[in-house]
Design a protein. Structure first.
Length: 192
């Protein structure tokens, strides 16, 4: 099933409606769809490097809006949210993510949103946890923007051959972003 979906998404990436399809896939992936938008973003940027940041912006905006749907599913449609977690192999994920939100809150979104972990798990469980919506939105913009603009930048300037290497190290870059954020917050608190 996932192979057919993947092939369908790749065909969309080559179509004349690719930007609209990219927005739809980015939106859906943040709440229920199994294929990440990176599989469309990469060939689109490779084909039109001059549009790299436009495509990354589309991914970011649509992903955050889709994240709001995922959040709403967690808040208002808990059985649907639990069913989505079950489909993606995280039947017990609700309790684990709830614990993470209780313990680390914002950091769950910042770290998980930049990694290959399906973002729908974060958005739905943020809704389950009734995490602060304003914080959820700005953290989603930051972390999803980081992810998609990083992929677009690598492809725009270094080409597809380096994308594979970047994807292997995306967790490193996510940790680097986290260190920079913590350092920035600490500096603000110390000097503020």
């Amino acid at each position: 099933m996932f192979k057919k979906l993947y092939d369908w998404v790749m065909a969309l990436a080559r179509s004349r409606n690719a930007p609209a399809a990219l927005a739809i896939v980015s939106f859906a992936e943040s709440s229920f769809f199994p294929i990440p938008p990176d599989v469309m973003l990469a060939p689109m940027v490779a084909a039109r490097p001059n549009k790299a940041f436009v495509y990354a912006g589309i991914c970011t905006a649509a992903s955050v809006l889709g994240g709001l749907l995922g959040y709403a599913i967690g808040v208002f449609l808990e059985p649907v949210g639990q069913a989505i977690l079950n489909v993606f192999g995280h039947a017990d994920g609700r309790a684990q993510f709830q614990h993470w939100f209780d313990q680390w809150g914002l950091w769950v979104i910042l770290i998980k949103g930049a990694t290959p972990i399906p973002y729908k798990l974060v958005t739905i469980t943020a809704g389950f946890a009734r995490f602060d919506l304003f914080t959820f939105i700005w953290a989603s913009v930051l972390t999803r923007g980081f992810r998609f603009f990083a992929v677009a930048t690598v492809l725009k300037f270094y080409g597809p051959q380096l994308l594979e290497e970047f994807e292997k190290r995306i967790n490193f870059y996510a940790v680097l972003l986290l260190v920079l954020l913590i350092g920035g917050f600490a500096a603000l608190k110390f000097f503020g």
